[in-house]
Design a protein around this ligand. Structure first.
Ligand code: GTP
Ligand code: MG
Length: 252
């Protein structure tokens, strides 16, 4: 290994690598470093895809807030799947543990969770995102129309989005989960409880969680009804006080 490369390692790393070179051949060390680099590069592509989609959603939020006089997005959370979770998923699916296999076989390395104010916003945003000509839909799972048996609700989209690098354009896949605040609070509490219980809910717990999910459906339906009464689309209406201003422009 040349001095230039050594300079990029901390003294601790450098000593580990020299220990490694005593056990395995320099070729193998080179190979491992190459694979590590390829993995890091792929992860950075996924990060770029996540940023692209997050920006698209923020732009839509901006436009919608002007049109409807409120923000359809309550918050956006992005995450890159952890290496250990990637490894476990490849093993579970019987896929080879390679960088190529991650890109070919897994759709949820880049995850974008969009928490919307109302159920109507979930569909409006999804539709507006999918209409964009550089976004293509790979898979759509509507767990709002068809909740999972445990009561889980969300709209899941697997999309492909281009990222533009210095010398190439790459199409990356990402998982977008859209849900309301009520759906999100149910999902995050259920996740916490399931984690604590090691995936083993007894029947009464399962029933109770289902009941909570039903309450959250009712909350969403009632809130969405209130929204539809209170808010209207202002894009086609002239704001009070602007009529004269517009008239003046036309006259001059
Ligand atoms: P995965 O192998 O877990 O990705 O399942 P899948 O490929 O069948 O995807 P699916 O669309 O069913 O779910 C993917 C993601 O949705 C999960 O990683 C969770 O973030 C979320 N999710 C799905 N089901 C549940 C659930 O019952 N509870 C909670 N809290 N989250 C869920
Ligand atoms: Mg997943």
């Amino acid at each position: 290994m040349g001095d230039m490369e050594m300079n990029e390692l901390s003294p601790n790393d450098a000593s580990r690598f020299s220990q490694l070179e005593q056990i395995i051949s320099p070729d193998m060390v080179e190979w491992a470093l190459q694979k590590t680099y390829e993995f890091a590069r792929l992860m950075s592509y996924y990060k770029c895809a996540m940023m692209e989609i997050e920006t698209k959603l923020n732009v839509l939020n901006e436009e919608f807030s002007l049109r409807f006089d409120r923000q359809p997005i309550s918050s956006i959370h992005t995450r890159l799947k952890q290496p250990i979770s990637i490894h476990n998923k490849l093993v579970a699916r019987g896929l080879p543990i390679t960088v190529e296999s991650i890109e070919k076989g897994l759709n949820d390395i880049a995850g974008i969770r969009v928490i919307c104010s109302f159920e109507d916003d979930v569909y409006k945003l999804a539709e507006a995102l999918l209409k964009q000509d550089d976004i293509s839909l790979i898979q759509r799972k509507d767990y709002i129309q068809n909740p999972k048996p445990n009561g889980y609700r969300s709209l899941h989209l697997i999309v492909a989005v281009p990222i533009f690098l210095e010398h190439e354009k790459r199409i990356m896949r990402a998982e977008v989960q859209l849900r309301t605040i009520a759906m999100d609070s149910w999902a995050s509490l259920e996740h916490q409880l399931r984690y604590k219980k090691g995936n083993s809910f007894d029947e009464s717990m399962t029933d109770e969680l289902k009941r909570c999910a039903e309450l959250s459906v009712e909350l969403d339906v009632r809130m969405d009804h209130l929204r539809s009464i209170i808010y209207t689309d202002v894009s086609n209406t002239v704001l009070p006080g602007l009529e004269n201003a517009i008239g003046t422009v036309h006259q001059s």
